[in-house]
Design a protein around this ligand. Structure first.
Ligand SMILES: NC(=O)C1=CN([C@@H]2O[C@H](COP(=O)(O)OP(=O)(O)OC[C@H]3O[C@@H](n4cnc5c(N)ncnc54)[C@H](O)[C@@H]3O)[C@@H](O)[C@H]2O)C=CC1
Ligand SMILES: O=C(O)CCC(=O)C(=O)O
Length: 524
């Protein structure tokens, strides 16, 4: 039974889902990095929110880890590269807390426009400071949304409902989507110049770091309201403090900070400043959504191989996972066999999918073939890490599809090019079993087996008897024997599956047979 660690506080619904699905689960929150490193080796899955930060060192100790699930959207607390290199799937729940976060942004906008937190505090202190608070209406004002993805779009819908005008900057927002949302797509500087209020909804990446900086704050209208419910680091906090103190920015409401938890911050106490402690996603509804979603997704992956919302590998739906499995296994075996027979680095790999298989999602098959190919040199590689590792090593992947008749036999052909040569292997599934139907140009029909011997020989009498004698003397039992040749008397290929290992001495003895040119052992 796979075992998962929930390392951050999340709704107990996650535990219920894991248990109901047959996944063993421990909930241990508040672990130090060392404590987590000590126990992570026991787990197949790690579920986190934002407090736990699985970095390269933690992932390095996670010898059994297959999946990290983020109950939320941002995955900036997870070292995605380290996870990918180790073949660990990283998945998030991109929609579960989006509405809640959009509502928090709108709440912050109103709080800032009317200075509700400060008015509330002073009223409850017995001041009745009515004359100190003259807010600003949001009606008819221009809201600038930076980042118009899931949450940005939800904020836009709500702001339009408040009868605000909405302009948006997002390099990936298409003009059609902008029209559909009812927002005006503008350039960044224009947004800063025109907006009465700005709200941020981008991830923190190189292009968004300090996207609200001193220079851009200088372009804004006097009396600007700024809201950030996305990520700390999007706003230059020092520049914001100066702009608030100068009265140029009327109010700023931050849910997120460059360094969290922000327990002592230069902005605290600045006039017009409102803070919440990264509460954007904190509602019962959102927390239940993300907990259930992350547990379902992780259980799906651990139990069936289905992948949804992964950041670092293609998706496989629960429906297609069982249909893909035999083909993914075949691709893996073809790649593994090729990897062991090559003896030189691959420069490129071409995968041709033929027949009915072309209607399936072939991404996982290609990833499995690459993983198989790389396994000889990198035993830790898997479908998640293989595409990245292959790219890093300059191995070019091309995929093509031959649809042919609907009922045509489905085949996968893998052609690998090295500096000097090109090798191809073709496989299919016959009666539910993976089979090799062509190897290095020679037609054959062979099953895969854990221990195989590959022999390339001249098609001349006497070879099979000699081979059988050597294996018999070495007490190696032959399970199956498959032969193929291009033409009578020409070059032949022989694949023998054997029970148990073949020693170096036995392999050398086979190599010494007159007709034999190449002998290799293949382990699957
Ligand atoms: N405060 C909180 O508790 C929460 C914060 N978040 C954060 O909100 C942010 C947005 O989340 P979603 O809308 O779900 O993400 P999303 O991926 O749907 O949208 C992000 C948008 O930012 C855009 N973008 C990327 N680079 C940009 C740039 N240089 N300039 C302008 N736009 C750019 C993208 O094109 C995309 O449309 C994430 O960082 C997420 O972590 C999400 C949930 C809760
Ligand atoms: O889990 C949380 O409370 C934070 C949510 C968040 O920041 C996210 O989903 O990106």
């Amino acid at each position: 039974m796979p075992k998962v660690l929930i390392a951050d506080k999340m709704s107990n619904r996650a535990v219920e889902v894991f248990k109901a699905r047959g996944v063993d689960v421990d909930v241990i929150t508040g672990l130090s990095k060392d404590e987590l490193m000590n126990i992570i080796g026991d787990y197949d899955g790690l579920a986190v929110r934002s407090s736990t930060r699985p970095d390269a060192e933690i992932i390095g100790q996670a010898t059994n880890l297959k999946v990290i699930g983020r109950a939320g959207i941002g995955v900036d607390n997870i070292d995605i590269k380290a996870a990918t290199d180790r073949g660990v799937v990283v998945m998030n729940t991109p929609f579960g807390n989006a509405i809640t976060t959009a509502e928090h942004a709108i709440a912050m906008l109103f709080s800032a426009a009317r200075q509700i937190p400060s008015a509330s505090t002073r009223t409850q202190a017995g001041e009745w400071p009515k004359s100190d608070y003259k807010g600003t209406e949001l009606f008819n004002k221009t809201l600038g949304i930076i980042g118009c993805g899931n949450i940005g779009a939800l904020v836009a819908e709500r702001a339009l409902g408040l009868k605000m005008k909405v302009i948006a900057f997002d390099p990936y927002l298409t003009p059609e989507r902008a029209v559909e949302l009812g927002v005006q797509k503008v350039e960044l500087d224009e947004l800063f110049q025109r907006a009465d209020a700005i709200t941020l909804h981008t991830p923190l990446v190189e292009s968004t770091k300090n996207i609200v900086n001193r220079e851009r704050l200088g372009m804004t209208r006097k009396g600007l309201i700024l809201v950030n419910c996305a990520r700390g680091g999007l706003v230059d906090e020092e520049a914001l403090k100066d702009a608030l103190e100068a009265g140029h920015v009327r109010a700023a409401a931050l849910d997120v900070f460059a360094v969290e938890p922000a327990k002592d911050h230069a902005l605290f106490g600045t006039p017009g400043f409102i803070a919440t402690p990264h509460l954007g996603a904190s509602t019962n509804e959102a927390q239940e959504n993300v907990a259930v979603q992350v547990a379902e997704q992780m259980a799906d992956y651990l139990l069936t191989g289905a992948i949804s919302n992964a950041i670092n590998t293609p998706s496989i739906s629960a429906e297609e996972a069982p249909r893909l499995k035999p083909w993914v296994d075949l691709a893996d075996k073809l790649g593994t066999m090729m990897g062991q027979l090559l003896h030189e680095p691959a420069k490129s790999i071409e995968i041709v999918y033929k027949g009915g298989i072309t209607s399936l999602n072939t991404n996982p098959m290609s990833a499995a073939a690459l993983a198989g190919l790389l396994k000889a040199a990198m035993p830790e590689v898997n479908m998640v890490s293989a595409p990245v590792l292959a790219k890093e090593r300059g191995i070019e992947l091309t995929e093509s599809y031959i649809d042919e008749a609907e009922r045509a036999e489905s085949l996968i052909r893998l052609t690998v090019e090295t500096k000097a040569r090109k090798f191809a292997i073709v496989g299919t599934i016959y009666r539910g079993e993976p089979r090799i139907v062509r190897l290095f140009g020679v037609p054959m029909d062979a099953a895969f087996a854990p221990n195989m011997i590959y022999v390339r020989n001249d098609d001349k009498p006497g070879f099979i008897g000699d081979l059988g004698g050597i294996l018999g003397n070495a007490k190696v039992n032959i399970a199956t024997f498959s032969l193929g040749r291009m033409e009578q008397g020409g070059e032949a290929v022989c694949l023998i599956s054997v029970d148990g290992d073949v020693t170096d001495a036995t392999a050398d003895a086979i190599k010494a047979i007159d007709q034999v040119k190449i002998v290799d052992r293949v382990r699957l």
